[in-house]
Design a protein around this ligand. Structure first.
Ligand code: DGY
Length: 319
């Protein structure tokens, strides 16, 4: 049987590439650079399937130039804001993603960011690392206590719930906003707010866990930062598009927030150079799902979706 031709746009885990090479006629981008628009268009004529990451942009303009050969885009990501779904659907191209398997890894990173932002990780690390640590006093690097504080979660999907589970280990009081209230077995005692505004007023710590859509773009704007209790800490492991970065700097300057932990930015790669002077912004380079276990699981989930498609079944994660 002729194997379907598959393009893998980035360097995925070894186990993923091994399995893909066994089951598909695969071309791997060993250079590991993001696929350009021209490469995507060319690939649509040469391949039946693509496994891309969030680094490849399937805009309407790009998709309009696709040949008819490409049948499926099996994303190696849960986020699909880099895919114009209506445009892909119109071309009859199936799109899948990789939910579930990265929830714990991302929630772990949100915890790291929350604790690091609350407890001066940036300044503390630099002080020791540079040899500048020459004194100690009870007033030195005093942070904000997480234990027992109120945690507001926007978006109580899989990652939001995984983060809530971890935060319960810190005895945090969980509050959440979601499009709909969760059933009791999923809410596990978390307090539901029917508006973002109501949630923000109760959030000593705030963590964002919703996708980037036209509705959520810049959802954390100046008006909303102003609703947080003074000195709140904000964490974002979802997408940079959710936060108006100028408003974040304004909120920091006014003390509306005391710190932020960010794994994603409006501009990626690169981030926001204006954040660099602020020790109270603890930053990581979009590595929420970057554990070995999760990378294997994401790759295998993308391949499971491809396998289903090419054996004439509906892929589990078809969007
Ligand atoms: C995701 O899966 O959406 C992560 O952000 C990595 O791409």
């Amino acid at each position: 049987m002729i194997k379907p031709r598959l393009w893998i746009t980035r360097r995925l885990s070894d186990a993923t590439l091994k399995r893909a090479s066994r089951d598909y006629d695969v071309v791997i981008n060993h250079d590991d650079l993001p696929g350009t628009a021209d490469q995507l268009v060319a690939a649509s004529a040469d391949f039946d399937a693509i496994i891309p990451c969030h680094s490849e942009n399937f805009s309407a303009e790009v998709v309009a130039q696709f040949s008819d050969r490409l049948k499926i885009v099996a994303n190696h990501s849960v986020g699909i804001d880099h895919c114009n779904l209506p445009a892909l659907k119109e071309r009859g191209i199936v799109v899948t993603n990789t939910p579930d398997v990265l929830s714990d890894a991302t929630a772990e990173l949100a915890m790291l960011l929350m604790l690091g932002a609350a407890r001066n990780a940036v300044a503390g690390d630099r002080t020791v690392r540079t040899g500048a640590w020459d004194s100690w006093s009870p007033a030195f690097m005093v942070g904000k206590q997480v234990t027992g504080a109120r945690l507001g979660i926007i978006g109580m999907g899989r990652v939001g719930r995984a983060f809530a589970t971890k935060a319960r280990g810190f005895d945090m009081e969980i509050h959440y906003y979601n499009r709909s209230e969760l059933p009791a077995d999923q809410a596990k005692g978390a307090v539901y707010h029917d508006s973002v505004e109501s949630l923000l007023r109760a959030a000593d710590f705030l963590s964002l866990h919703c996708p980037a859509t036209p509705e959520t773009t810049n959802m954390m704007n100046a008006e909303r930062f102003a609703l947080l209790p003074a000195g709140a800490v904000m964490v974002n492991t979802s997408r940079g598009a959710l936060v108006d970065e100028a408003a974040l700097l304004g909120a920091l300057a006014k003390g509306q927030i005391s710190a932020a932990g960010l794994d994603c930015f409006q501009t990626e790669p690169g981030g926001n150079p204006a954040f660099a002077v602020h020790d109270t912004i603890f930053m990581l380079p979009h590595i929420g799902s970057a554990t070995r276990k999760t990378r294997d699981a994401m790759g295998f989930r993308a391949l499971d979706n491809l396998d289903a498609f090419f054996s004439n079944h509906t892929p589990r994660d078809q969007l």
